[in-house]
Write a protein that binds this ligand. Structure first.
Ligand code: NDP
Length: 304
C-alpha cells in the first residue's frame, strides 16, 4: 500500500481552520523577529476594483488577518469604471513603494480591464498571489517562486498529514492557472506521479479511482462521488460552491466539489468545506508576504 493511503472506514478530517491558526501564529512570530532584528514590518497592499460583494468580503478578511499577524495592511478601493491605465499606475506606484512587500489585485476585474496585463505588471518579487507569468515559469522549472496560495495551503496540509509524498499517485481534477496547474507542479516537485484531469478527460471516475491523493478543483458542487475514491485515499476538496437556498431569502449551503458524506466513508482523510482549504488560502497569502519581505532583505525564506 502506498504511504498516501490508509485503512478504510471513517476518514480523518483534516482541519484547515486549526492548521491555518497555527500557521498564522508562526507567521506572527516571524513578523516580530523581522521587526526586532531588521526594523522591517512586512506590508501587504490589496487592490479592489468595483463592488463585487464576495470580493469585498475576501478583501476585508485579508486586511483583518494581515493586521492580526502584526503586518501593515493597505487597501485601495477603486470604482468599477476604473480604466486599465489608472490601475496599472497604481500597481507601478506599489511596485516602487519600499514599505509594500506584497501586492494583491483581487480578481475578478471588471470587463474593461485585462486581468493578465495587470497581474503581469506586478513586480514578480511582490506577486504574493503567485499568478505572474515569471512565478508560474519558476514553479514549472522547479525554482524558487511565489507559489499560488490555494495550492500552497493544500500541499502544506498534505505534507503535514502524510509526510513524504514521493511515489504517490496524485490526481488533480481541474487545470486552471490559479489552482489546478500549480497544484500539479507542486505535487510533481514532491515526486508524486501526477495526472491532471479536466472537462475533456475520459472516464473521470476511473481516473480518480487510481489516486492515492485526489485534489478536486473544479467548481461543480459535489461532483466527485464516493465511488470515485480509492479506499483510504487522501482527498483535498478545493471547491467552494454555494447551493440554492432551501427557502426564499435564505442563504444557500456551502459545499465542495466532493460529495462529502459519501467520500468520508471511503477516504482515509479529507478536507471539509467550509473549514478545509479556504482558511489555508488566506494564511498562505500572509506566509507569502513574509517570504517576500525576507527575500527583499536578502534573508533565507522563513521556515513556517
Ligand atoms: P476554473 O473554473 O478556472 O477551472 C475549473 C477546472 O475544472 C477547469 O480546468 C475545467 O476543465 C475543470 N472542469 C470543469 N468541469 C469539469 C468536469 N465536469 N469534469 C472535469 N473537470 C471539469 O476554477 P478554479 O480553478 O478557479 O476554481 C476551482 C474551484 O475551486 C472553484 O469551486 C473555486 O470556487 C474554488 N476555489 C477555492 C479557493 C479556496 O480558497 N478554497 C481558491 C480558488 C478557487 P477545462 O479546463 O477543460 O474547462
Amino acid at each position: 500500500m502506498s504511504q498516501a493511503t490508509a485503512p478504510v472506514g471513517q476518514a480523518q478530517v483534516i482541519d484547515g481552520k486549526a492548521f491555518a491558526a497555527g500557521l498564522r501564529s508562526r507567521i506572527a512570530e516571524g513578523v516580530k523577529s523581522l521587526q526586532a532584528n531588521h526594523g522591517v514590518t512586512p506590508g501587504l497592499a490589496v487592490v479592489l476594483v468595483g463592488e463585487d460583494p464576495a470580493s469585498q468580503v475576501y478583501v476585508r478578511n485579508k486586511g483583518k488577518q494581515t493586521v492580526e499577524v502584526g503586518k501593515k495592511s493597505v487597501k485601495h478601493e477603486l470604482p468599477a469604471e476604473t480604466e486599465q491605465e489608472e490601475l496599472l499606475e497604481l500597481v507601478e506606484s506599489l511596485n516602487q513603494d519600499p514599505s509594500i512587500h506584497g501586492i494583491l489585485v483581487q480578481l475578478p476585474l471588471p470587463k474593461q480591464i485585462d486581468a493578465e496585463a495587470v497581474i503581469n505588471a506586478i513586480d514578480p518579487a511582490k506577486d504574493v498571489d503567485g499568478f505572474h507569468v515569471v512565478n508560474a515559469g519558476l514553479l514549472a522549472t522547479g525554482q524558487s517562486a511565489m507559489v499560488p496560495c490555494t495550492p500552497l495551503g493544500s500541499l502544506m496540509m498534505l505534507k503535514h498529514h502524510l509526510g513524504d509524498l514521493s511515489g504517490a499517485n496524485a490526481v488533480v481534477v481541474g487545470r486552471s492557472n490559479i489552482v489546478g496547474k500549480p497544484m500539479a507542479q507542486l505535487l510533481l516537485k514532491e515526486s508524486c506521479t501526477v495526472t491532471i484531469a479536466h472537462s475533456r478527460t475520459r472516464d473521470l471516475p476511473a481516473v480518480c479511482r487510481g489516486a492515492d491523493i485526489l485534489v478536486a478543483a473544479v467548481g461543480r458542487p459535489e461532483m466527485v462521488r464516493g465511488d470515485w475514491i480509492k479506499p483510504g485515499a487522501t482527498v483535498i476538496d478545493v471547491g467552494i460552491n454555494r447551493l440554492e437556498p432551501s427557502e426564499p431569502g435564505g442563504k444557500g449551503r456551502l459545499v465542495g466539489d466532493v460529495a462529502y458524506d459519501e467520500a468520508v466513508a471511503v477516504a482515509g482523510a479529507i478536507t471539509p468545506v467550509p473549514g478545509g482549504v479556504g482558511p489555508m488560502t488566506i494564511a498562505c497569502l500572509l506566509a507569502n508576504t513574509l517570504t517576500a519581505a525576507h527575500r527583499s532583505l536578502g534573508l533565507p525564506d522563513p521556515q513556517l
